[in-house]
Design a protein around this ligand. Structure first.
Ligand SMILES: [Zn+2]
Length: 122
């Protein structure tokens, strides 16, 4: 049997519900760690299925900005947004041509490896 104190402890382990009151006034940081603004209000968009939650921000330059809840990565002391979709990163390991074993060149534009000796993409 749990004592009252233990019970309280267990309840505290539960994830805390994010109420509107808690969200409003929270600082919002983008995926790269920059402060965007502050949550001014929380709303539901109607006409979408499922309903989506939208945060209305007051940005640093005093503009209104809507942020869909899907863009949020985490919310604790701050609201942290997911990083914007980043361009595919070029493989860092130096690849070699399977034909001539020459070091390959990564062509950013086509996102492919090119062998200058064989003059072909691999
Ligand atoms: Zn080659």
């Amino acid at each position: 049997m749990h004592t009252l104190k233990e019970k309280k402890q267990i309840e505290n382990d539960k994830p805390e519900a994010l109420t509107k009151d808690r969200l409003v006034g929270m600082k919002v940081i983008d995926g790269t760690g920059y402060l965007i603004g502050e949550v001014e209000d929380v709303a539901f968009t109607v006409g979408t299925s499922p309903l989506s939650l939208v945060m209305i921000l007051k940005t640093k330059d005093h503009k209104d900005k809507d942020i869909s809840w899907e863009e949020v990565q985490a919310a604790g002391d701050f609201v942290v947004l997911k990083p914007k979709s980043v361009a595919p990163v070029a493989p860092t390991a130096a690849a070699t041509c399977s034909t001539c074993k020459e070091a390959l060149t990564y062509i950013e534009q086509y996102q492919r490896w090119y062998c200058t000796r064989c003059q072909k993409y691999v």
